[in-house]
Design a protein around this ligand. Sequence first.
Ligand code: ZN
Length: 242
Amino acid sequence: MKILFLHGWRSVPGGVKPTYLKTHGHDVINPQLDDDDFDAAVKVAQSAYDHLRPDVVVGSSRGGAVALNLHSGNTPLVLLCPAWRNWGSVSKLKSSSVILHSRDDDVISFADSEELLSGSKLPQGTLIEVGHDHRLADEQSLEVMLWACNVLTSGASLPWLELDSETSPESPGHASATSQEEASYVCDACGEEIVIPLDLTEGTSQAYVEDCPVCCRANTIHVQFDDEGTAQVWAEPEQDYD
Ligand SMILES: [Zn+2]
């Protein structure tokens, strides 16, 4: 897919996040945006958008504000801790977009994204809590960023965005970020079907050890999310290495 990546303040093209998207086989255009003149930055991004016609626009921090201020039609936006309060005049996010943000972000407050969400009347699942800081350059954040780009451009009906926020009142915008809340596996030892909760914020590819609640034998549980947000879950007996 073609991705227009808009970098943050004092970042340079070619950082970790656009490089990650590029190494996963996507065409990434990563224009240099003016750090001082926001309008000039928007102008450069707009001309890149008009020229490239990207499938998705990814904007990081100040680049997220640039993305919000673009005329980008129905092209989905993936906003990484967008600094919309600091720059630009747009305070509404269109549907078919997602925000990735860490609660531990000490540069742009997580509350800013919650406000953007409620002001736009978008469902809770639009805001995905991920990462440990403002950079969102850890492996898990990078994976979720790529996953969001894939889902938003797949033409899927974005089932996870339509989930009622009441389905997960304790973790708004968190557990509801998948099309499913739970899935099941069959215990290899006793053959019972075991239901487990799903949590996309643990990454799109997960493996962990859990004792079967029926027979108490340890299984390694594998969870794999596909591009539509659907989880494949399977179990295998935990290996004994002694
Ligand atoms: Zn069992």
